[in-house]
Design a protein around this ligand. Structure first.
Ligand SMILES: [Zn+2]
Ligand SMILES: [Zn+2]
Length: 267
């Protein structure tokens, strides 16, 4: 069985564990080494059992702890060329020195395996060099991570549909962003096609995904300023119900925590 656990998910820092009995993959490490160790401890996973870190893109909320984790556990970091370039040239990221063997490059879209998990990256609409989401296969089971997306993109839908569990971005409530204190330029960036997904768009995409077979949607990457877990949940819930989907019968909807270790979801 393949499982997914959002160790942390939000604009302040992201780290998601995808794992089977024998393989443990960390998707992003935008929190400190210490925080990730303690989150792994919360769900009874030995940090030493981690096989690799896979990076979605070079923003600090996804990369803050990758260098320290790679050095501490001597594990490889996987990213595409554009993301590596972004990581290495970012003025705010202090990656530190990595062992050459621990720098792994994959071409976006090419499938590969780590342990018994099949991995496929796919392009997402976001303002980074070569940002990706991921889907993971174990036998006939599939789970996916899709956050940091400015719009609903058909190619993303095609990549993540038929996953039983999806961590899906639900970054902001449009009204909270509009009336909130962010500078106009930042508001514009968040709302743009290469910014973040709002609760309404997450609901629309979630509804399509559930109708094509997804059983569990975990809303994630919530903004601390422009969203609230109950607002995201209620907005998406009412869109799903408007489309005739019955929660807890047809599917389960939940929200990943920005500050605490999330639940473990099984495919
Ligand atoms: Zn980002
Ligand atoms: Zn992010």
């Amino acid at each position: 069985m393949i499982r997914l656990c959002p160790l942390r998910s939000g604009s302040q820092g992201n780290a998601v564990l995808v794992f089977t009995e024998n393989t443990k993959l960390l998707i992003d490490c935008g929190i400190s080494g210490k925080a990730v160790m303690s989150a792994l401890d919360d769900i009874g996973i030995e940090p030493e059992s981690l096989n690799a870190v896979l990076v979605t893109h070079e923003h600090i909320d996804h990369c803050r702890g990758i260098g320290i984790l790679s050095r501490k556990l001597d594990i490889p970091i996987y990213a595409n060329n554009g993301t590596w370039y972004g990581i290495e040239t970012s003025p705010s990221l202090k990656l530190g020195k990595l062992r050459e063997d621990n720098i792994k490059i994959f071409p976006t879209g090419k499938e590969f395996e780590i342990g018994d998990i099949g991995i496929k990256s796919f392009e997402i609409p976001h303002d980074a060099n070569e940002p990706v989401g991921y889907s993971f296969r174990y036998g006939s089971e599939k789970v996916a991570v899709a956050t940091d997306m400015g719009k609903i993109q058909e190619s993303v839908y095609d990549e993540i549909k038929e996953s039983s569990v999806i961590l899906l971005e639900s970054n902001y409530d449009l009204n909270m962003l509009d009336i909130g204190g962010y500078p106009i330029s930042l508001k514009r960036r968040i709302k743009s096609d290469i910014g973040h997904l709002c609760n309404d768009m997450a609901g629309e995409l979630a509804s399509r995904l559930v109708r094509s077979g997804t059983k569990q949607i975990v809303l994630g990457h919530l903004s601390g300023e422009n969203n609230h877990p109950s607002v995201a949940f209620q907005t998406v819930k009412s869109i799903l119900e408007g489309d005739g989907i019955v929660l807890d019968t047809d599917m389960r909807l939940s929200v990943a925590s920005r500050t605490e270790t999330g639940a473990v979801y099984s495919a």
